[in-house]
Design a protein around this ligand. Structure first.
Ligand code: BES
Ligand code: ZN
Length: 874
């Protein structure tokens, strides 16, 4: 097994002993939103398995007092409390030894309702027809922040039941995992109420949730009678309809797929205005960022609709896979997230086949991990995790995208019947318990009779993935193909470790393009296969529907033959998109001349598939930000215009009646590329539409983002002012984020500087949305320089504001700095981050450095030839 474990940065860490286990918590919390403070008490039912005079549990950023323990025979003992700040825990010591037996530990505590979007935190909102700013509060406990709301055994395998009680002002809603059991006036203050909730199932602390604030809601029951609500900001309940409809279809779909009933009586979803991630699967009360849950029937784009469907399907999957059956420790987080990421597609495909979502899986999820996993600084899916602070590091494309791709490959390898059967048995055996990855493999192996564990471990325990090099020869009517496997490394260097995988390989050919002609499990460095009855010149292609986790390098004659089935769309969109994606990666790595990629793209000129274009657009985008550093960028822009112009003509500006959702998503993507390439009539039309938009003739939400980008790029300070005005006036987060993304895409440095100020100074932009604004600013050469200067100047402030261990810092580094192509800047970046001591960005910085190195190598190696090629085209 390989992969860095970055020992140096790991804090010393020990898990709590299994000799004292909690079985039940009575938790009462009383928030004081006017002071951003809360207090509470907890009664924890314990089983003490070995005599002791100390109990250690987690509590952080809390003042804990009044510790008392009661035995089952009602003996009571007071105790003293010591804090271990570093270990985020407290030790409660008793004078008299506690013998084996059942106890109740009683504690009182108080803390701050913080502004860091973790633990128990505040969230800011306004209500219609009022300018008044108000606050609510919400929780975010995964992975290890329950300890910031009440003292507890905050590790996933200390499962217990919870009785939650909230004491809140009467006018606010109080919501938690379970249905309300009782609501009574608070004896101490009749303006307040006491809400008690039903007992939870046996579950992990990171899944506990409670929310306090003003909300409207919509409700329904699913086909199995589960009560479902979607809570929205006040006055916006119809924005919850789409998520509610989706959830009401997805929940019974899972109950059927797993063949296990949804375990509790309600499944609520709520949009929280200040929210660090996309969504969180708290059992019975899923919390979301507004843009991941709310759909304005008139003004949301198709893209957002699809995103909401995906996120809802993801979090609902966790209600079984994660909540009912939970990983034993964070090392297996990938399994939770990889599985949910795979099955979200299955569910969305069932509910919304018009999204053709499995094709999108290949561009958005499969192709996504192939990039970072080709870096030497990658890591295996299964990483040993010590301190939970290390989890943020693996909340990344490897866990989500590679994890789900591995599951997709496995599902294909053993078939749906065996997969479902094994899954059902696994979920049944470990219900209300904890588990590790191997337990799932064992059940799938048993159900399928295939060596699942053996095949899977090569994918989960080592980083990277193979490149298959394919050499073919025609012998009479046979095609003899020699295949070798080696790790694919992004910059083309050789894999010193000589990693090998067990690879399910498929091949298909022209004579039967919809069927696999040959299938084999490659478990050696090199194999030869023979296809019978293949005509001379017949094309062959590996990896039917791009299910296997590998790239393929063909000889030029083999690749050249694939132009035909690409142009005629005989092979699936998944295959069409991966042919160019592999070639782009191979060109970047120096395995073949970059010009090969530019020569291949014209085969796609009649392409009409959204997902294929998305992948091309992404590769062309990378190339564009690279060639911006050359003096033939204008020639490149003309080439790019050529590639995209026929699809743009076909789609035009306005939706056709009854067009499919994918065209609605394709149009803005193409328009903004064409606009950025400088096509004057498109720029003029965008400006015209923007003028009308400001005057009240609103632009179709599907192309609105593209129009904003184009006018921002070519506009002046006045345009920016208009964009900022729209931002301030917008009451829909989706619209605000659309505007933020566009603002920084100006090509005028002073405007980009103003945008950075707008995003980060004052209260204009919520913390979680700032990253969208920052990404916009990196869309030009000058913008990237300014972002880098900005990050250097403000790093300390950012680390303080977002928190030293915040995921946002990772995003700033990865999204802000990856597009450079100059070793000098790489050195600057390295020197700077060596000096700031922010351990959480150690791996991201390595990734960025490797990426910049690779890009600068491409320019050194291929720039001349690319220039010649582009100049010949004009
Ligand atoms: N459980 C995660 C959120 C999480 C992961 C919290 C790791 C803390 C540590 C949640 O299910 C999730 O994956 N959310 C995603 C959205 C999802 C659709 C991919 C997110 O927040 O980006
Ligand atoms: Zn998840």
């Amino acid at each position: 097994m390989t992969g860095q474990t970055n020992q140096e940065t790991k804090p010393l860490f020990e898990r709590l002993p299994q000799t004292i286990v909690p079985t039940h918590y009575d938790v009462t919390i009383q928030p004081h939103l006017d002071k951003f403070k809360f207090n509470g008490d907890v009664n924890i039912h314990l089983k003490i398995k070995e005599p002791t005079d100390k109990v250690v549990l987690y509590a952080d950023e809390l003042e804990v007092d009044h510790a008392k323990i009661k035995s089952s025979s009602n003996d009571e003992q007071k105790a003293t409390i010591d804090y271990d700040k570093e270990g985020e825990r407290i030790t409660i010591s008793f004078d008299k030894k506690l013998e084996k037996g059942d106890y109740q530990l009683l504690l009182k505590f108080a803390g701050e309702i913080n502004n860091r979007m973790r633990g128990f935190y505040r969230t800011k909102y306004t209500v219609p027809d009022s300018d008044e700013i108000r606050y609510g509060a919400s929780t975010q406990f995964e992975p290890a922040d329950c300890r910031r709301a009440f003292p507890c055994w905050d590790e996933p395998n200390f499962k217990a039941t919870f009785d939650i009680t909230l004491i809140t002002p009467k006018n606010l809603r109080a919501i938690s995992n379970m249905p309300v059991k009782s609501e009574n006036e608070y004896a101490d203050n009749k303006e307040w109420k006491v809400t008690k909730f039903d007992r939870t199932p046996i579950m992990s602390t990171y899944l506990v949730a409670f929310v306090i604030g003003e909300y409207d809601y919509l409700e329904t029951n699913d086909s199995n009678g589960v009560s479902m609500k979607v809570y929205t900001p006040v006055g916006k309940k119809e924005h919850g309809q789409f998520a509610l409809d989706t959830a009401a279809k997805v929940l019974p779909f899972y109950a059927d797929y797993f063949n296990i009933k949804y375990p509790i009586a309600k499944a609520d979803q709520i949009a929280i205005a200040d929210f660090a991630m996309g969504a969180m699967e708290n059992w019975g009360l899923i919390t979301y960022r507004e843009t991941a849950l709310l759909i304005d029937p008139k003004f949301s784009s198709m893209d957002t609709r699809q995103r909401v469907a995906i996120v809802v399907a993801h979090e609902l999957a966790h209600q079984w896979f994660g909540n009912l059956v939970t990983m034993d420790w964070w090392t297996d987080l990938w399994l939770n997230e990889g599985f949910a990421t795979w099955i979200e597609y299955l569910a969305v495909d069932k509910c919304y086949p018009e999204f053709d979502i499995w094709t999108q899986f290949v561009a958005d999820t499969f192709a996504r991990f192939l990039v970072p996993d080709a870096l030497k600084s990658s890591h295996p899916i299964e990483v040993p995790i010590g301190h939970p602070a290390e989890i943020d590091e693996i909340f990344d494309a490897i866990s989500y995208s590679k994890g789900s791709s591995v599951i997709r490959m496995l599902h294909d390898y053993i078939g749906d019947d065996a997969f479902r059967k094994g899954l059902h048995n696994y979920l049944t055996e470990y219900s209300y318990k904890n588990t590790v990855t191997e337990n799932l493999w064992s059940h799938l192996a048993k159900a399928s009779g295939k060596p699942v564990n053996e095949v899977m471990s090569s994918w989960t325990l080592q980083m990277g993935y193979p490149l298959l090099t394919v050499i073919e020869e025609q012998v009479d009517k046979k095609r003899v193909i020699q295949i070798t496997q080696k790790r694919f490394i992004a910059d083309g260097s050789v894999d010193e470790e000589k990693l090998q995988w067990k690879i399910p390989i498929t091949v298909f050919t022209k004579s039967n393009p919809k069927k696999i002609a040959h299938q084999v499990l490659m478990d050696k460095p090199e194999i030869t296969i023979t296809l019978d009855n293949v005509a001379e010149d017949e094309w062959i292609k590996f990896n039917f529907n791009s299910i296997g986790l590998y790239r393929v390098k063909y000889e030029s004659k083999t690749l050249a033959r694939l132009s035909e089935p690409i142009a005629s769309k005989t092979i699936s969109p998944q295959d069409r998109l991966m042919v160019q994606n592999d070639v782009a990666a191979l060109c970047n790595a120096g395995h073949q001349p970059f010009v090969d990629y530019l020569k291949l793209l014209p085969s796609y000129k009649d392409e009409d598939n959204f997902t294929v274009w998305k992948s091309i657009a992404s590769n062309i985008g990378d190339l564009s930000s690279l060639l911006e550093y050359t003096n033939y960028f204008d020639e490149f822009k003309r080439y790019r215009l050529n590639i995209f112009s026929s699809i743009q003509k076909k789609l035009g500006w306005d939706a056709n009646p009854n067009e499919d959702p994918l065209s609605a998503m394709l149009r803005p993507m193409i328009l903004s590329i064409i606009g950025k390439s400088g096509k004057q009539d498109v720029i003029d039309e965008a400006k015209k539409r923007f003028e009308r938009h400001i005057a009240g003739d609103l632009i179709d939400p599907n192309i609105r983002g593209a129009v904003y980008v184009i006018v921002s790029r070519y506009g002046d300070e006045k345009t920016q002012e208009e964009l900022r005005k729209l931002y301030t006036a917008a009451d829909m987060t989706e619209e605000k984020v659309r505007l933020l993304r566009a603002m920084g895409q100006s090509i005028k440095p002073e405007i980009i500087e103003n945008t950075l100020k707008f995003i980060f100074e004052g209260d204009n932009v919520r913390m979680q949305d700032s990253i969208s604004g920052l990404v916009g600013c990196t869309s030009s050469r000058d913008g990237r320089d300014l972002v880098w200067k900005f990050l250097q100047k403000n790093w300390k402030t950012l680390a303080e504001r977002f928190g030293e261990k915040s995921n946002f810092l990772i995003a700033f580094v990865e999204y802000g700095l990856s597009d450079f192509a100059d070793e000098k800047i790489a050195t600057e970046i390295k020197t700077f981050f060596d000096s700031v001591n922010t351990p959480i960005v150690a791996r991201p910085v390595k990734k960025v450095l490797e990426t910049i190195h690779m890009r600068s190598e491409v320019l050194k190696r291929d720039s001349k030839a690319i220039e010649e090629f582009l100049k010949q085209q004009q």
